[in-house]
Design a protein around this ligand. Structure first.
Ligand code: FAD
Ligand code: MG
Length: 343
C-alpha cells in the first residue's frame, strides 16, 4: 500500500486483545508492524518518538534512502504503516509489561499464557496483546568531555559506515573511551588521517602501538580538555588539534526496562547489553520478539529494518502455528541474566 498522508488510528479502549503490540515505532518497530499489518493482524504501535539518531540530520547507508533526512525516513515509514486500517497507534511510552493472568487458570499447550500480555501506557491505561515486539532501541551514554554532547551526530560520531565518507578523507580524531577504542582507531584510516587520543583510558602495549603505526595512525597520549569549533581537540598542554570529525564510543543502555520486566535474557556486547533472540527474532520469553538496536551489539537503519521484518514475520507465524520455544543458535554464547543497568 502506498500513502502520503499518515492517518494513524488511535489506540481504542476495546477490551479485546491486539494480535500484537509493537513497543517502539522507529525503523525496527515500523518494519515489524508493516509485516503484521499486511498479514491483516490487528496491531498497536506504541512510540515515544526518541529515535537514537535524532541528533544527526541525515542518515547514510540505507539503500534507496542514502543521505536523506533520518526523520523523513522514519516519517515515511510511519505513513506506510498507518495506511493500514488494522494498525492502531499510541504516541507515548509503554511504561510496563507483564504476562496476563490466565482466566482459565493455566497455560496453553504451546507454553504461553492464553491471554497474552498486558502493557501499561503512560496516561492511557492498559492494553492487551497476544504477541509483543520490543523495538525500543538503546540510548548512548557519551564520554564526559566538555563540548562533546552538543556535537554528537553533527561532527562527533560512533559509526564510520554512517558518517565516515562525508569527512572527505580529512583529519579524523578518535577519542578513547575505553580499551575497545583501539578497534575504532584501527578502522578509521580507511576514511581519513587518524589521530588517536588515548586520554588516559586506553593504555597501549608495544604491539598495539606498532599496529597503529603500521596503519598510519598517530597516537597522542595527552589528556583531552574539551572540543571547540567543528571538532577541534583542545589538549591539556594547550595545543589545539583541528579535526574534520571525531569518533568515539559511548556505553549503550536499554531505553526501556520492559525486556527485563518480562524476564528476557540478555547478551553482553562490547558496549552494553542487548536482548538475546533466535533467528526468528523471538526472545527467550515465548511470544515476545525483539528487533533493532535493542537486540544487536552494533546496528544501523538497514539492519533494524531487516530485524523488524523478521520479528514481524516471526510474531505472525507464531500466531498462525503456535509459539515455539526459543531456538538456541548453534554457536550460542552464554545468555546472562538481566543487566543491572537496563533501566
Ligand atoms: P530507534 O531508532 O532508536 O527507535 C526506538 C524507538 O522506540 C524510539 O522512537 C523510542 O522513543 C521508542 N521507545 C523506546 N522505549 C519505548 C517505550 N517504553 N515505549 C514507547 N516507545 C519507546 N544508522 C544508519 O544506518 N545510518 C546513519 O547514518 C546513522 N546515523 C546515526 C547517527 C547517530 C548520532 C546515532 C546515535 C546513530 C546513528 N545510526 C545510523 C544508528 C541508528 O540510529 C540505529 O541503528 C536505529 O535508529 C535503530 O533503530 P531502532 O528502531 O532499533 O531504534
Ligand atoms: Mg523501532
Amino acid at each position: 500500500m502506498n500513502t502520503t498522508e499518515p492517518t494513524p488510528t488511535p489506540a481504542p479502549a476495546a477490551p479485546e486483545p491486539y494480535d500484537a503490540i509493537i513497543i517502539g515505532g522507529s525503523y525496527a518497530g515500523l518494519s515489524a508492524a508493516l509485516q503484521l499489518a499486511r498479514a491483516r493482524r490487528r496491531i498497536l504501535v506504541v512510540d515515544a518518538g526518541q529515535r537514537r539518531n535524532r541528533f544527526a540530520v541525515n542518515s547514510h547507508g540505507f539503500l534507496t534512502r542514502d543521505g536523506q533526512p533520518a526523520a523523513d525516513i522514519a516519517a515515511e515509514g510511519r505513513a506506510n504503516v498507518a495506511a493500514y486500517p488494522n494498525v492502531h497507534w499510541h504516541d507515548g511510552t509503554a511504561t510496563a509489561a507483564r504476562r496476563a493472568g490466565s482466566s482459565s487458570g493455566g497455560s496453553s499447550t504451546d507454553g504461553t499464557d492464553d491471554e497474552g500480555f498486558i502493557v501499561e501506557l503512560d496516561g492511557a491505561g492498559t492494553v492487551r496483546g497476544a504477541r509483543l515486539v520490543l523495538a525500543t532501541g538503546v540510548r548512548d551514554d557519551l564520554p564526559q568531555i566538555e563540548g562533546l554532547a552538543e556535537r554528537w551526530g553533527k561532527s562527533v560520531f560512533h559509526c564510520p559506515y554512517c558518517h565516515g565518507y562525508e569527512l572527505n578523507e580529512g583529519r579524523i580524531g578518535v577519542l578513547a573511551s575505553g580499551p575497545l577504542s583501539v578497534h575504532q582507531a584501527q578502522m578509521l584510516p580507511h576514511w581519513g588521517q587518524v589521530t588517536f587520543f588515548t586520554n588516559g583510558v586506553c593504555p597501549l602495549d608495544d604491539a598495539q602501538r606498532a599496529d597503529l603505526q603500521a596503519r598510519g595512525v598517530q597516537v597522542d597520549d595527552t589528556p583531552v580538555r574539551r572540543l571547540v569549533n567543528v571538532a577541534t581537540v583542545v589538549l591539556e598542554d594547550g595545543r589545539q588539534d583541528i579535526m574534520t570529525g571525531l569518533f568515539t564510543y559511548g556505553r549503550v543502555h536499554m531505553t526501556s526496562p520492559i525486556a527485563e520486566q518480562l524476564g528476557c535474557a540478555f547478551e553482553q556486547g562490547p558496549l552494553g547489553p542487548f536482548i538475546r533472540t533466535d533467528e526468528g527474532r523471538q526472545t527467550t520469553v515465548p511470544a515476545v520478539f525483539a528487533a533493532g538496536d535493542a537486540m544487536r551489539a552494533a546496528s544501523s537503519v538497514a539492519l533494524s529494518v531487516a530485524d523488524g521484518a523478521m520479528a514481524g514475520i516471526g510474531a505472525h507465524r507464531s500466531l498462525l502455528f503456535g509459539v515455539t520455544p526459543f531456538a538456541a543458535p548453534m554457536m550460542a554464547s552464554a545468555a546472562s541474566p538481566a543487566p543491572a543497568d537496563a533501566r
